[in-house]
Write a protein that binds this ligand. Sequence first.
Ligand code: ZN
Length: 259
Amino acid sequence: MRAVSVHPDVIVATSRVWQTTCTAVRAGTEAFMIDSPVYPDELEVLPTLLAQAGFPVAGLLATHGDWDHLLGRLAFPEASLGCAETTAARLAAEPGAAQRELRGFDQQHYVERERPLSLPGAQALPVPGHCALGERELDLHPADGHTQDGMAIVVPWAGVLVCGDYLSPVEIPMISPGGSLDGYLATLERLRPLVERAAAVIAGHGGALDGPRALAVLREDVAYLEALRRDGDAAPLPLARRTAEQRRIHGENVARVGG
Ligand SMILES: [Zn+2]
């Protein structure tokens, strides 16, 4: 796992699998951890790593309800988890789904964990809205389309946007079950002015991008999604994301939008 500081109050750790990002944000003497890495050794070092960096984690946030972003409680078992109302509703409607998918991943990759993931009722945050952290506030913006739920988080004093599974430099836009192409495009348009003002954008997969690079990904993603709607399977993938795995994701997108 790689950990970099993108601002004195923001540390981004990137998991070895899917380049899944986990972002610690600090205001004064209190810190939140947004999303999570995936492997047990990565989760295990986080409490020490963040404590040594002066980030005392007081709570967890999740950008959306996909299992690979929900593992923070394996690192901080006593911390409460906050998420968008849409995500809280999804988690309540699919009890045990995240644990099931985590178990599937672990069995496929022979990963062993010391304890099971427990996700007691998440705290639903109003989105759009704000969330207090120490004496500061995080801005929360709706971000659905990849899935039916989610939020993007702005750290105003750091100029950082944590956007969840959008604007990834390594993964094409993924329309998951429950997501929608129109919702995805609407979220990208909602993110655009936030990206234009951001010094750093943290994508759910792929790490920290500077503003211009994130804006370039946004333009590529809009072009891809518009082509997907128009041409279905024939839509060209973004140039830097034409791997076999991204073509597989493209195939699922085509099946889902009926192109
Ligand atoms: Zn994800």
